[in-house]
Every structure is written in structure tokens, then in C-alpha cells.
Ligand binder design. Structure first.
Ligand code: 13P
Ligand code: 13P
Ligand code: MG
Ligand code: MG
Ligand code: MG
Length: 366
């Protein structure tokens, strides 16, 4: 059957700063979704990563469906009211617009959706990150879909020999979606040339060149483009299909052992290592470090299997230690140089006023 996976996430308030949502917020989202189960959608799951709640829904309405988007929007709205009542921090933070007008894109929440014909077995992964932006998935996706050093299937599995198509978005463009399609392996250097700049170019989707099927889709919301000022980090989500003509689950996961430095961390203004964490983890040190969770599922006739927590394994305890070391190492230099993001990323925040005031005090000397 043709199924649609819709993953939508939002920060609607959290306990004690930007740490994690309260149990009552999650309960309210669930209460709001429950009446639609079995009628408007087939199945759903809830989870949180840091202070962001992710809703995963399965249904047959295709992508960009107004009803599905409305259901998620209403659930977040209802929970934001609970957050306000509880006095949680940043209540309704990612709900940037008041009114819903048919599509949740452009309203604040991050969304990743894909529609496909279910395979006999349909394993897929839901990644959710906090204290970082959509570019955080650039390197892991590049390595999993382009690099035989990470994806052995590119050498070993004939149904991957043709490679993958990348859709990459220029998120600095605000008039609409500015997207380029590039083909791996022939255009590998072009793909790398764009993905090296994760604040500007982000992977939107990946497709198999063997079957034409969608392999991965990420949320590309840049909140500061919508709000025009700093309103928290984008905290992206990503859906990836695994096995068969796609990389194996373990090949998709391997790049996360690199714990690359990504933009985000405290006040969304720093660099920090992307730490793979267990589901429903909070953040802590310097409002971070940036974290990513991964839940694995199979879907059959739209029904979701029990979930497997992909980063809940002794191997990743060791990786988390490496991430902690990398975080402490970079934090030692505080505001200096690469520890903080370049001005282009900070210009939506308060530093603009400080620098403007200083500009008037400069004098030109000859
Ligand atoms: P299993 O024999 O455990 O199914 O492993 C197959 C495989 O290809 C793992 O990548
Ligand atoms: P969030 O986007 O996760 O709310 O992060 C905001 C922040 O500024 C943390 O210091
Ligand atoms: Mg927050
Ligand atoms: Mg967040
Ligand atoms: Mg955020």
C-alpha cells in the first residue's frame, strides 16, 4: 500500500530553561491526537529530544495534507496553552504564527514527510536533533549515501551501484524554496562544495537512482527567516529509509560516531559536537551539547512496529564520552574564534545592537 510518514516537531515550552518538555505537555499532545487515530491517520508515536516534541504519524493522505498538518498544529497549540498555564519556559516558542492556513510549513514547526509504496518490510529511522540547525544532517547524509568508506553497500550491494540523487536547499533564500538536484557519484565534489557550508546549504531529500524512490527527507525550517530575529534554534528532524536499495541501518548510523562540530549549543550561537543520545534525553552542559536521537521502526500497512532506540547501545556510550571531551575542549575558548558562530549567523540576535553602538565610536586615523 502507499503510505505517508509525517514527522513534525516543535518546541512548545520546557522545564527549567531549554531542557525538556514536561510530562503534561506530552500528555496533552497525545490527548489531542488520540481522537484522530484510526480515522484521519493510521498510527502515531510521540517522543522528545531536548526541549522539542516530535510527532510521527502514518496515513494515506500524501505529503502537505491540510488535515494532517492541522491536527499536528492543533495538538501543539493545545499543549502550548498547557505550557503557559504551567509557566514553562518558552511556552509556544516555535509556534510563530497565530493562524493555521492549510500548511504547517512557514509557521515554525519543523516537518519531514515522505510518501512511498511500502516494501515487503519497510524499516526506517526517525532522527531528531536539538540545539542545532538543519545543516547538522549534511555530513551524516553525505557519508551514508556517497562515501564507500562509510557505506559499504556502495561497493557490495548492486542495487546501490548507481548512487543517489541529492536535493540541496539554499536556506538563505527567503522568497520560496531554492533547490538544486545533484547526482552522486558524478557530482560528488559539487555536493561537497555546498554541504561544507551547513548554515546556508542543507540536504532536503535523497533519492535512489536505481528505483527513483525517496530515501531521506529532512526538515529545512530556518526560524530566523520566519521571525526575522533569534527565536531559538531550528532543531531539525530527518526520516531515512533503510536496507534494500538504501544503505543498511548501521551504515546510516556510522557517521554519527564522528560527532562533528555543528552550529547551535548555547543561545544557538556556538559550535558544539553533535552527541548521539537515547530517546527522550534532555540537554544540560551550556544548554547542550547539540544532541541527536534516532528511533528505528518498521511500518506495515501503515501500522508502526514497536520502536528500537538506535543510540541506546554500549558502543554509543563511548561515542558520547568522545563528544563530551570535544565539547569541553572547544568550550575552553569561550567566545573566541570558532567556538562562536560567525557574524552572519548571529545577526538575528542582540549582538547587532552592541556592534552598532560601537561602530559610532570608531575613528578613522591616517
Ligand atoms: P543478518 O545476517 O544479521 O541479517 O545481517 C545482514 C546484514 O547484511 C547486516 O548488514
Ligand atoms: P532551543 O531552540 O532548543 O529552544 O534553544 C534555544 C537556546 O537559545 C538555548 O540556549
Ligand atoms: Mg527552547
Ligand atoms: Mg530545542
Ligand atoms: Mg528550537
Amino acid at each position: 500500500m502507499r503510505v505517508t510518514l509525517t514527522a513534525i516537531k516543535a518546541d512548545i515550552g520546557s522545564i527549567g530553561g531549554h531542557i525538556r518538555p514536561s510530562a503534561s505537555l506530552l500528555k496533552e499532545v497525545e490527548r489531542s491526537l488520540q481522537p484522530h487515530l484510526g480515522s484521519d491517520f493510521i498510527d502515531f508515536r510521540l517522543s522528545y529530544t531536548g526541549d522539542d516534541i516530535a510527532i510521527l504519524m502514518t496515513h494515506t493522505h500524501g505529503t502537505d495534507n491540510p488535515l494532517i498538518h492541522q491536527i499536528a498544529w492543533d495538538a501543539f497549540k493545545a499543549a502550548a496553552d498547557v505550557a503557559k498555564k504551567e509557566g514553562l519556559y518558552g511556552a509556544g516558542q516555535d509556534l510563530l504564527k497565530d493562524a493555521f492556513s492549510g500548511n504547517i510549513r512557514g509557521l515554525g514547526p519543523g516537518i519531514a514527510e515522505m510518501e512511498f509504496e511500502e516494501r515487503k518490510s519497510e524499516p526506517f529511522l526517525l532522527f531528531a536533533a536539538d540545539k542545532t540547525d538543519p545543516g547538522a544532517f549534511n555530513l551524516p547524509l553525505y557519508l551514508a549515501f556517497c562515501d564507500p568508506m562509510y557505506c559499504s553497500g556502495l561497493l557490495l550491494s548492486p542495487n546501490m551501484f548507481k548512487g543517489f540523487k541529492f536535493e540541496i536547499m539554499d536556506v538563505s533564500y527567503t522568497e520560496g524554496d531554492k533547490v538544486i538536484a545533484l547526482f552522486a557519484p558524478e557530482e560528488l565534489y559539487d555536493i561537497a562544495a555546498l554541504l561544507r557550508d551547513p548554515e546556508r546549504y542543507v540536504v532536503k531529500a535523497v533519492y535512489s537512482r536505481t528505483t527513483g524512490e525517496i530515501a531521506a527527507v529532512a526538515s529545512t525550517t530556518r526560524l530566523h527567516n520566519i521571525a526575522g530575529k533569534y527565536v531559538g534554534k531550528d532543531d531539525p528532524i530527518l526520516l531515512v529509509r533503510a536496507q534494500g536499495s538504501f544503505p543498511a541501518t548501521g551504515e546510516i548510523l556510522e557517521p554519527y560516531a564522528l560527532v562533528p562540530y555543528v552550529g547551535g549549543f548555547m543561545r544557538g550561537s556556538h559550535q558544539g559536537p553533535l552527541m548521539p543520545v537515547k530517546r527522550n534525553s534532555s540537554v544540560s552542559f551550556f544548554d547542550g551539547p547539540p544532541i541527536v536521537s534516532c528511533t528505528a521502526y518498521c511500518v506495515k500497512d501503515g501500522k508502526l512496529s514497536e520502536e528500537a532506540d538506535a543510540f541506546d547501545h554500549p558502543f554509543w556510550d563511548y561515542v558520547r564520552e568522545i563528544a563530551s571531551k570535544k565539547a569541553i575542549e572547544l568550550r575552553r575558548q569561550g567566545f573566541y574564534g570558532n567556538a562562536m558562530l560567525p557574524y552572519g549567523e548571529l545577526e538575528y540576535g542582540g549582538i547587532v545592537e552592541r556592534l552598532k553602538a560601537l561602530e559610532g565610536k570608531f575613528e578613522i586615523r591616517h
